[in-house]
Design a protein around this ligand. Structure first.
Ligand SMILES: Cc1cc2nc3c(=O)[nH]c(=O)nc-3n(C[C@H](O)[C@H](O)[C@H](O)COP(=O)(O)OP(=O)(O)OC[C@H]3O[C@@H](n4cnc5c(N)ncnc54)[C@H](O)[C@@H]3O)c2cc1C
Length: 328
């Protein structure tokens, strides 16, 4: 992989919220990867605009990250400017008799947002309890857990246009949400603020929701690893991609195929191990590098292809690679 060419000598003064040559290892859930050439944490819309202007002036590619719960960062790092929005404001406003609006900055963690909702008797988002991530990353991927999608709660948003720095108010339809998909994938706009429409609750309903939240988290802790992973490494298959049928249903779950092969808790490259809890989750059990994780993921792809003739594709976002490092 190519080494980053530092351009710091050409840049006289950095805005206070932009730093140079910053480790990303502690900013992603795999705990792997190299440095960001430049790293910005804008805490206002104006700083976000200034960060985009900075990248434009110096001709730097831009990469967004949130809590790093769904990314794998190259060992060579990320060239250009990495932006991690630090917009952490949460407010509420009235909507109608049954609902309130919840406005949350892109940098708010889903955990904090759910706690805030339950403190303010607002229901809906507790279905995502225990899933790590920021509002920005969660809208990007259309966060999902069983039948719940974050797009079911998102009413509107503020996005910033990469090319111009202009802010736009957009509605739910603008995002063109699908499974693991939103318009944000086109990398032309970034999320600044999301507005959710949530149900008002009374004290009893909130207590029930709090109980449900605890139950979801308990259930998740039994089923999934809770650290040093990106969650599901591969996305589930689309129905048209598979031929295997079980109980009259197309078998879309990639973990099913990996389970059949028997990789769980067995397949390992260096300190990158297929979780013993879930066949579609890779865990850094020590000092794995991103290269180890890539090699393991390629082996998993190869095995599924050899046995079932289909190649799983990453759900985890691969950042800082010159070329796609997996099988496609
Ligand atoms: C243990 C574990 C369990 C998980 N379980 C689930 C689960 O049940 N369901 C599920 O859906 N996901 C799950 N995930 C994946 C992850 O939690 C989600 O994808 C989460 O939304 C990632 O948010 P993030 O802030 O960490 O985004 P990051 O991982 O930092 O970034 C993910 C993508 O979002 C983009 N992005 C981030 N912020 C912005 C922004 N402001 N504007 C535009 N783009 C942006 C990034 O460029 C990147 O492409 C799990 C992950 C882990 C580690």
């Amino acid at each position: 992989m190519e080494k980053l060419q530092p351009i710091i000598e050409h840049i006289s003064a950095l805005p206070p919220f932009i730093t140079h040559n910053v480790s990303l290892k502690d900013k992603n859930w795999f705990r792997t990867g190299g440095n960001a050439e430049f790293f910005a944490e804008p805490s206002t819309g104006q700083e976000f605009q200034e960060a985009l202007q900075f990248a434009k002036t110096h001709n730097l590619p831009i990469t967004l990250i949130g809590e790093g719960a769904n990314v794998l960062i190259s060992d060579a790092g990320i060239a250009g400017l990495v932006i991690r929005p630090a917009l952490k404001n949460i407010t509420i406003s009235p909507y109608d008799h049954e609902h309130m609006l919840l406005h949350a900055g892109a940098g708010v963690s889903m955990h904090d947002l759910i706690v805030y909702c339950l403190e303010h008797n607002l229901l809906g988002l507790e279905e995502f309890s225990g899933i790590p991530g920021s509002v920005g990353g969660s809208v990007y991927i259309n966060l999902h857990y069983f039948e719940f999608l974050i797009s079911q709660f998102l009413l509107s948003a503020q996005v910033i246009e990469k090319a111009t720095g202009l802010m736009h108010e957009v509605d739910n339809g603008w995002f063109n949400f699908g499974y693991n998909y939103s318009t944000l994938h086109q990398n032309a706009h970034y999320l600044v603020l999301a507005t959710f429409k949530l149900k008002k609750a009374d004290a009893l309903q909130t207590t029930y929701a709090q109980g449900r939240r605890i139950e979801i988290m308990r259930h998740r802790a039994k089923r999934y690893p809770t650290k040093n992973t990106c969650g599901s490494f591969f996305r589930n298959f689309h129905e048209h991609e598979v031929t295997l049928v079980s109980n009259n249903k197309k078998m879309i779950y990639v973990a099913y195929y990996l389970d059949k092969i028997g990789v769980k808790g067995q397949l390992r490259v260096g300190d990158a191990l297929v979780s013993h809890q879930h066949a579609n989750m890779i865990v850094n059990v020590g000092n794995a590098t991103t290269a180890d994780i890539i090699q393991l993921a390629r082996t998993m792809q190869q095995m599924v292809f050899e046995q079932f003739g289909i190649v799983p594709q990453a759900e985890c976002r691969l950042l800082g690679f010159d070329m796609h490092p997996l099988l496609s």
